[in-house]
Write a protein that binds this ligand. Sequence first.
Ligand SMILES: CC(C)(COP(=O)(O)OP(=O)(O)OC[C@H]1O[C@@H](n2cnc3c(N)ncnc32)[C@H](O)[C@@H]1OP(=O)(O)O)[C@@H](O)C(=O)NCCC(=O)NCCS
Length: 166
Amino acid sequence: MNLVKIRTLKSTDAEALLRFEMDNREWFERHIDARDSAFYSMQGVTDHIAVYLSDFAAGAWHPFVIEDSAGKIVGRANLKDIDLSERSAEVGYRVAESACGQGLATLAVRHLIQEAQSHWNLKQLVAHVYPENIGSAKVLKRCGFLIEPASRQEGMEHEYRFSLSI
Ligand SMILES: CC(C)(COP(=O)(O)OP(=O)(O)OC[C@H]1O[C@@H](n2cnc3c(N)ncnc32)[C@H](O)[C@@H]1OP(=O)(O)O)[C@@H](O)C(=O)NCCC(=O)NCCS
């Protein structure tokens, strides 16, 4: 996709983010854990953004949105649970169903890796993926992540864990 922009989430994104999440709710719920139904309202999304930006200010989370050339939100990507002493974080991402298959998730994960290095000075990234989420696993492998042999951790028996040393 031409002229895609990846930028940090802003407090003024509530309306556009709600639209993105509502348009793709059923699509996301086929691949990842469902959000609480209270999330799907202006108040719910405004609160969600406030928490993310507060965690960003605290150095615990870096939320990004992916915009198409018209400025429409077509995806999200996050550095989650940033641990500055361990120098690690988890990556998460979601792309609108209509924008899939164009390399956006790959672009977003590469952006997360770059930000993890240049902004946060991290050395380890992890990701959790359901085994049936073949597209997501492909994105991670393409970006250099390796599946961990003892991937199934306590409380995460149904997910694979990928990691990347940077
Ligand atoms: C997973 C997801 C982020 C991929 O986004 P995307 O922008 O389509 O990803 P990319 O285009 O960068 O790469 C996806 C690759 O997987 C492939 N792929 C997708 N689904 C596939 C499937 N079921 N079987 C085989 N390959 C598949 C695509 O063809 C593409 O490979 P290619 O570039 O060689 O053609 C997107 O499908 C999504 O948001 N899903 C719902 C939320 C989610 O699962 N998030 C990840 C949680 S771990």
